[in-house]
Structures are given as C-alpha cells and as structure tokens.
Ligand binder design. Structure first.
Ligand code: PHE
Length: 337
C-alpha cells in the first residue's frame, strides 16, 4: 500500500512540475483523484487493525497533495497572467493614428474674408435664391426680353420664365422691393452661365454689393473699392475705373486693381498692362430704382459685383479655375490653416 501511495506521489508530483496552464493542472487533479480512489479501494484487502493507520496515511497524503496543487495553481496563474500581459502589451511610444482635420475651401475662405471686409464697412448679408425668375434676373434689372445685353450671359433656363440666376444682381431687386433706403447689402452666392474654359466655369460665385441712400456718388464707390483693394490684397494696391456698360447701372465701370504680382510694372499675370480687371460696378440705373419703387430723384446708389473665384485666383496665384472645383486634396491641403 505504502509503495502504491509513494508511486502515485512521484508520478503526480513530477507531472505537476510540468503543468503550464490552469487547465492542465485541473486535468491532472482529476487524474490524481481518480487514481487515489483506486488506491483507496485497496483498503478492502486490509485487516481491521491495519485500516486506521492506512486511513490516516491516505488522508495525510491527500491533504499534502492538495496543498501542492494549490501552490502550483498560484505559480501557474502567475505565469498565465504574465504571458497575457506580454501578449497584450501596448507600445505607448508608437505614434498615434492621426485624425485628418477638415479645412475651409479657398472659395469659402475668400468669401468669408470679403464678408469680413465689407461688414466692417457696415454692409449686411442678404442671400437670394439660386433659381430666379426672368423678372428678377433680367427684366427688373433694366434688361427686358429683347435686350442685346442678355447675350452677355448665356443662361440656363428651367422654364419659360424660370432660370438659374446668372448674376447675384437679382438680389438687388429683392432687397430694394422690400427695404426702404438707406440700404447697404452684400449678397454672396452661386451663379450659373453656359461658359466653360480655363477662367470660366458653368457655376461660379459672385459677391454683390448695393448701397442706396441720399447723395451717393461715384466717388463713394471709388473710395470704398480703394479701401477694399488695400484690405484684400496689399496696402499699395490701387484701383482704376474704366467706362463700361451694364443695363442696370449708369454710368457703368469696370474696376481694375494694380497687379499684385508685379506691382504695376507689367507681367504675365496682368498681360503686361500692370492692371487686373476684377469687378463690374456703377451707379444704380434710375429705371432700376423706379422698378423697385425707390424715387430716383431723392435717392441714388451704387452697385458692384465681383467673381469670388477670380479674387481667389488672383490672391493665391491659381491659373485654372477648374482646380477650385476638382477637390483634389493635394490642392486643397495648401489652404489648411
Ligand atoms: N452683374 C454683373 C455681372 O455679373 C456685375 C455687376 C454688378 C455690374 C453690379 C454692375 C453692378 O457681370
């Protein structure tokens, strides 16, 4: 009997030393219990006198082994935890995943800058609809149906009298119909024309300005534009007005700024002239004032309209308008603040 117990002890103890997992240890314990049972069943063959001593021996053996199992369990558990920590280890010195930050589109940047500059001069923003009636886009702007000036703006018609606005000037009428002078509004927005080349896109953005009050003159327009040019470009940027024609202004002017690239000496950007055309403007035509119920003998005003893309192209040195609409992130990235 004693030998059997000793043999079992040696067998289990050496197997125990080799267990590496809680699972293996648990299985070994089951095996030990089963084998112990077999050993104990040998009690039957012992005499009455021998049994108590054997029982004591078995109990001590069982207890001793259980302590060993417990001690091994602590070691195995510790090992398992260490392995788990090692496999789940995080290298905190590794660079993190960068979250890509969005940025404002250059057109939005320029639009916001224009709004900033003009609201500093007291202009309020008014946004008109992109789908306009023929009346607001043309007729009320002194451009009736058979007017040749309609040819200057190839128009997308939606229906007989409904179109995609070709100019933010439509907003002038909407404001003057509803508001009594003094008026000082700025109207940014998308406009549409059937035009497509390196400097024209079928959709582009304009910024309209309108001032109506008593005693407004062309000098006010020139002074205000001079201030705008300095703030938008450089403090030495000059403004030049050239006679032009728009049905809704009289007199009308094209406004040039001295070339920011060469400072007026003449370069490729300004085609050697030293000047760059940036906007159309003029004194609001008295017929337009009348169309909106404003008395042209009491009030005068000026209006101007500029292409936001054109300003962005000049400001950032962009030579093809398409780059503003392709949304190539390599291009857009350059405008991240
Ligand atoms: N609406 C004109 C255009 O799109 C620009 C303009 C606006 C001219 C206001 C005069 C006054 O060409």
């Amino acid at each position: 009997m004693k030998e059997k117990i000793e043999a079992l002890r040696i067998e289990i103890e050496s197997a125990m030393e080799n267990t590496q997992t809680s699972r293996a240890l648990y299985e070994l314990k089951l095996k030990f219990q089963a084998e112990l049972k077999v050993v104990m069943s040998g009690m039957r063959d012992l005499s009455k006198e021998e049994r108590p001593a054997f029982g004591k021996l078995v109990n001590e053996f069982k207890q001793g082994m259980e302590e060993k199992f417990e001690a091994r369990a602590v070691v195995v558990k510790q090992k398992e935890m260490e392995e788990k920590y090692a496999s789940e280890r995080i290298d905190i010195t590794m660079p993190g995943k960068t979250v890509k930050k969005g940025a404002l589109h250059p057109i939005t940047l320029v639009k916001n800058e224009l709004i900033d500059i003009f609201s500093g001069m007291g202009f309020k923003v008014f946004e008109g609809p992109e789908i306009e009636t023929d009346y607001y886009n043309f007729t009320a702007l002194n451009t009736p149906k058979d007017h040749p000036a309609r040819d200057m703006q190839d128009t997308f018609y939606i229906a007989e009298n409904l179109l995609l606005r070709t100019q933010t000037s439509a907003g002038q009428i909407r404001v003057m119909e509803k508001t009594k002078p003094p008026i000082k509004i700025l109207s940014p927005g998308r406009v549409f024309r059937s035009d497509d080349d390196a400097t024209h896109s079928p959709m582009f953005h304009q910024m309209e300005g309108l001032v109506v009050d008593k005693g407004i003159t062309l000098c006010d327009l020139q002074g205000m534009l001079g201030e705008f040019a300095k703030r938008m470009f450089t403090s030495s940027t000059k403004v030049r007005l050239r006679p032009s024609y728009f049905p809704f202004t009289e007199p009308s002017v094209e406004v040039d700024l001295s070339c920011s690239e060469c400072g007026g000496k003449g370069c490729r950007l300004c085609k050697g002239t030293g000047w760059i055309e940036v906007l159309g403007a003029g004194m609001v035509n008295r017929h337009v004032l009348e169309n909106c119920g404003v008395d042209p003998d009491e009030y005068t005003g000026f209006a101007f309209g500029m292409g936001i893309e054109r300003i962005a192209m000049l400001k950032y040195g962009i030579n093809n308008i398409k780059t503003l609409f392709e949304n190539d992130t390599r291009f857009l990235k350059q405008f991240e603040e």
